[in-house]
Design a protein around this ligand. Structure first.
Ligand SMILES: [Zn+2]
Ligand SMILES: [Zn+2]
Length: 318
């Protein structure tokens, strides 16, 4: 698009995913009424989820402590696992594959990408997918899990803190990700999420201590704690910054923006207005300069015959 005029988004095909949820329809329904947004203090009706809050606080404190235990092996582990968890796990796996069905892979690869996402510490695949589909359906409306219209810091990370029972989380998954709920593999990963994540952290310490010789703490602090903090903020900025700052290629019913620095931090997720307009596309960078590393990985998988049914046809004029 070269005219600079915003293009109306959505061709009607993007919005219905494999689970049969029509995200546009839900959005239209909620446009009918716009009740006042709740005050931040009213969004904690049953208090704080101390497991989540404690975990995030601990990772941040230990992430700062990492700078007192520097090793080149620790830094290298952080960089490699940043790509493995943020790109392969969250962006390619949780988001484009599992949430939107932008392409298909063999089950063994789905399992692998799900594991990569789990060690990002951003929740189980089923939880993440359900939350994100709800975000698309109710973007910047009442009920959006993380809209900056409810406050920038709310959308960045405070939305994760209110206490929710397991029953509520299960009900949300059944509502927004019934395909994940019915899948025995994803149900298993949902229930073993915490064990896998903590087990991975312990294994990292033991590997550093006994295989690399006394580097357990450095590897754990850099490769597990600080790496999670960096990945968290990359993902969180997609929820906060790209609904506030940046430009729009498409007219959408939400506040989504394209933001280059978020795209760099999150392997292409910063082209968020493009994504809201054409949710099912595997490719989020629509213009030549909109670098999308995750799409490059998907393209490579396609060339290797490992990714099929890749939704990569750009809208006309792009
Ligand atoms: Zn969004
Ligand atoms: Zn999405």
């Amino acid at each position: 698009m070269s005219s600079g005029i915003l293009e109306k988004a959505g061709d009607g095909l993007d919005e219905i995913n494999d689970s049969g949820i029509n995200l546009n329809k839900v959005n239209e329904d909620t446009n009918q009424e716009k009740p006042d947004r709740q005050k931040l203090t009213n969004r904690f009706p049953r208090g704080i989820n101390w497991a989540v809050t404690g975990w995030l606080a601990a990772m941040h404190v230990l992430g700062v402590l990492a700078f007192f235990y520097f090793s080149w092996q620790g830094l290298a582990t952080l960089l490699v696992l940043h790509f493995v968890t943020a790109c392969l796990g969250v962006t390619l796996g949780y988001h484009r594959l599992l949430t939107h069905g932008s392409f298909k892979v063999p089950r063994v690869l789905e399992f692998f990408f799900s594991l990569c996402g789990i060690i990002s510490g951003e929740g189980s695949p089923a939880f993440w997918v359900a939350t994100h589909r709800k975000h698309h359906a109710l973007s910047d409306q009442e009920g959006d899990p993380h809209s900056p219209l409810d406050g920038f810091w709310w959308s960045h990370f405070i939305w994760l803190q209110p206490w929710k029972s397991n029953e509520e989380i299960d009900a949300m998954i059944k509502r927004w990700a019934p395909d994940m709920w019915k899948d025995p593999m994803q149900r298993f990963l949902h229930h073993s999420y915490a064990y896998i994540l903590i087990g991975f952290g312990a294994a990292m310490y033991l590997f550093g201590e006994y295989v690399l010789g006394g580097l357990g703490l450095s590897l754990f602090l850099w490769g597990f704690c600080l790496r999670q903090v960096v990945v968290y903020h990359g993902t969180w900025f997609v929820n906060s910054a790209t609904h506030v700052w940046g430009y729009r290629n498409y007219e959408t019913r939400d506040q989504s923006r394209n933001n280059w620095w978020v795209a760099l931090l999150s392997y292409g997720e910063g082209w968020h207005n493009n994504h809201h307009a054409h949710q099912r596309l595997a490719r989020h960078g629509h213009r030549s300069w909109e670098l999308d590393i995750t799409y490059a990985v998907i393209w490579t998988l396609k060339k290797l015959g490992l990714a099929t049914a890749v939704q990569d046809k750009l809208p006309a004029g792009k």
